[in-house]
Design a protein around this ligand. Sequence first.
Ligand code: DX5
Ligand code: ZN
Length: 214
Amino acid sequence: MIKISPSILASDFSKLGAEAEKCEKAGADMLHIDVMDGHFVPNITIGIPVVKSLRKCVSIPFDVHLMISNPEKYIPDFISAGADIITFHAEADCDIKKCIKLIKSAGKKAGVSLKPATSASVLTDVLPELDMVLVMTVEPGFGGQSFMEAQLEKISEVKALCSKLSLSTDIQVDGGINTETAKKVIEAGANVLVAGSFVFNAQDTRAAIESLRQ
Ligand code: DX5
Ligand code: ZN
């Protein structure tokens, strides 16, 4: 089953609670929350207090994408704030296994994200411990960028690695997802689609979410 995770980075931040509710009512499977620290990526977005406040507005799972240095330091705070799935970057110069353990020992789902230049092979050792792999289909940092076709091959590689190990790990994609690119990533093996601009620029949120699933 294809799951859709709208990225609230593309929403109107002056009414974040209502935007999150709109996604929930429109059938979103989870809510993608992009956390950027101005260090790991050249942009600053949402932090722990915002996640905590948003938690009061909706009950769908929070899919927190940490684009931060030193994720280990902040993972416990994001868990306390209400994160259900926490994805950090393989390039964040952290102890990947330790971070996974930190997330999973709290009963939450752990994901590792790969920037476009990072090879899927960095996951070989940790794949059995992961709930999700996020293949970035744009350079992390900003919404509204164009989908990178070259990442389709990496999605297939991750899918093949999972199949080889008989794992049903979720494969998420993030960046430039619309109905056209959704079709391609699903064919390549992705089953969790993040979409910011496409969902929030649509007049009919439910129809936008459903069209990505098809
Ligand atoms: C980029 C973020 C994405 C972004 C996607 O660093 O991780 O989640 O919001 O936005 P769109 O769907 O507009 O490319
Ligand atoms: Zn993201």
